[in-house]
Design a protein around this ligand. Structure first.
Ligand SMILES: [Fe+2]
Length: 215
């Protein structure tokens, strides 16, 4: 039996942002912003997550064919403190996205985003189309996320801490010292219990927590 022909389409995009690596990585793991901020997402539910990995279902609109809806499953894993990988399958096509963050300065980060799509059979014909589409789609998503990253960097600099608020007074500074870990990125990200992304009946959450810096 002849092996089915297949071909990998690869596109790599590099960006820099005036935000810390923690802010950049927080943005990637903040599932709650996907629906309100990125026009493409119709629904997002996390099925499973622990300190390293997550499995998420989503319904997305396809760029250009915005009348179409497709459901996808995403597996995301933090493989070292700088690198996350996402495997997803959309319309029968597997994709792998590897995102590497480099700390350039305390509040400056370089991000390399490598997209690979595994095309099989007749779908190999979609290669030129995908090659043009991926950078455009990346650019749109980058712009949608940029404001969130810059705003979080700004409020973090002003003393904002998740679930604590602003900690600028003396008592707050002391508490902030005691809660140093809250300034590190801990996975999974803490969310209010009624968050829409945690409502899937099959959801499992484990007590495992990981500081990304320690990976
Ligand atoms: Fe985003």
């Amino acid at each position: 039996v002849a092996k089915r022909k297949r071909r990998v389409i690869e596109v790599e995009v590099t960006q820099e942002v005036q935000a810390s690596i923690d802010v950049v990585q927080w943005n990637y793991f903040d599932a709650e912003h996907l629906m309100p901020v990125h026009g493409g997402y119709q629904s997002v539910e996390i099925l499973y997550e622990d300190g390293h990995n997550s499995l998420t279902t989503a319904t997305v609109k396809i760029p250009i064919f915005k009348f179409l809806r497709l459901s996808t499953v995403m597996f995301v894993s933090m493989i070292d403190q700088n690198t996350q990988v996402t495997y997803a399958r959309q319309l029968g096509v597997w994709s792998k996205t590897e995102i590497v963050c480099h700390r350039l300065e305390v509040d400056k980060t370089r991000i390399t985003m490598n997209y690979q799509f595994l095309l099989e059979g007749w779908k190999i014909g979609l290669a030129p189309f995908l090659r043009r589409l991926i950078p455009k789609w990346n650019d749109q998503v980058w712009k949608e996320d940029l404001e969130l990253k810059l705003r979080r960097q700004m409020v973090t600099d002003w003393g904002f801490r998740d679930f604590l608020g602003f900690v600028n007074d003396d008592a707050g500074q002391q508490q902030d010292q005691l809660n140093k870990e809250v300034r590190q990125l801990i996975l999974p990200i803490r969310r209010p219990s009624d968050t829409p992304v945690n409502q899937n009946p099959l959801r499992i959450s484990t007590p495992r927590r990981t500081a990304v810096r320690n990976l």
